[in-house]
Design a protein around this ligand. Structure first.
Ligand code: ATP
Ligand code: MG
Length: 256
């Protein structure tokens, strides 16, 4: 990503994690000195072995992992987290698409049909007002397409995808990421995934194993093609201005 040079002003930050340590609930160290950053509109792929702490890092960025210390800054705007298996409530397909906002949020059926078409679920457009147990009817791959339709409706500024295309074939994955990277609202994307083809759709790759306190026990890693950000020398650049409304998350989260 950006090493040893001034990369972006305060206005341009997508996500920045600075010198953060993440622990397990029992205090065991999970990740040490995590540091990376991306500019607004860039895409970062987080890789690493199973159990290395990828999902936990996403939870920490979301502010829902209280075990650790450090500083995380997020750019302005709506934030959306997409898990591997999206939640589809019982009800109409339209209400599932608009969840959690509900049917009454003013989005037209034509718009819903259009986003379904964009993500390759156009055949479902005629069933928008049908009540079904959609999580049982749709395959996991279809549910993952469905989650991308939600993304197109929400237009988040910050988008976190945790193995959100794991059940899709590679051409479908490429099409969906292509929609994100071409989106007019320029989302900052942070993805977690195992498949090497995902690298094609990201500007930067981060291997969390690099931050493991047990990294000497892990299989030898080649970071030659990885692109890690070190923020240690950017402290002053990261300080938000008085007028700026970044959301710094401090660990441990203070209880008030
Ligand atoms: N609430 C918890 N309590 C105790 N241990 C936890 C908790 N949540 C996660 N862990 C442990 O933290 C480690 C990292 O988990 P995490 O889910 O972040 O891994 P991951 O890199 O996303 O793995 P995968 O590729 O399998 O999804 C694992 O060893 C997991 O068992
Ligand atoms: Mg995970």
């Amino acid at each position: 990503m950006h090493r040893g040079r001034s990369i972006f002003g305060v206005e341009d930050i997508g996500v920045a994690v600075k010198e953060s340590d993440l622990d397990l609930p029992d205090g065991t160290s999970l990740l040490r000195d995590v540091a990376f950053a991306s500019a607004r509109g860039e895409a970062v792929l987080i890789e690493g072995p199973t159990g290395a702490g990828k999902s936990t890092l996403l939870r920490a960025i979301a502010g829902i992992w209280p075990f650790g210390r450090g500083e995380i800054r997020l750019g302005n705007g709506r934030m959306l987290f997409v898990p591997q298996r999206p939640y589809l409530p019982l009800g109409t397909l339209a209400s599932a698409l608009l969840y959690p906002r509900g049917d009454k949020c003013g989005v037209s059926m034509a718009r819903l049909a259009a986003v379904l078409e964009e993500v390759g679920l156009g055949t479902l457009a005629g069933e928008l007002d049908m009540i079904e147990n959609w999580s049982q009817r749709l395959s996991l791959g279809e549910q993952q397409r469905f989650a991308f339709a939600r993304i197109l409706l929400v237009e988040p500024a910050l988008l976190f995808l945790d193995e959100a295309t794991s059940a899709l074939d590679e051409p479908s994955e490429a099409k969906l990421y292509g929609l994100l990277r071409a989106a007019s609202w320029r989302p900052t994307v942070v993805s977690v995934g195992h498949r090497s083809t995902l690298r094609n759709f990201h500007d930067h790759v981060l291997d969390v194993a690099t931050f493991s306190p047990r990294r000497e026990q892990l299989p030898a890693m080649s970071n030659s093609d990885l692109d890690l950000v070190l923020l240690g020398c950017h402290t002053s650049e990261m300080a938000p201005s008085a007028t700026h409304s970044y959301c710094p998350l401090q660990y441990p989260i203070a209880s008030s």
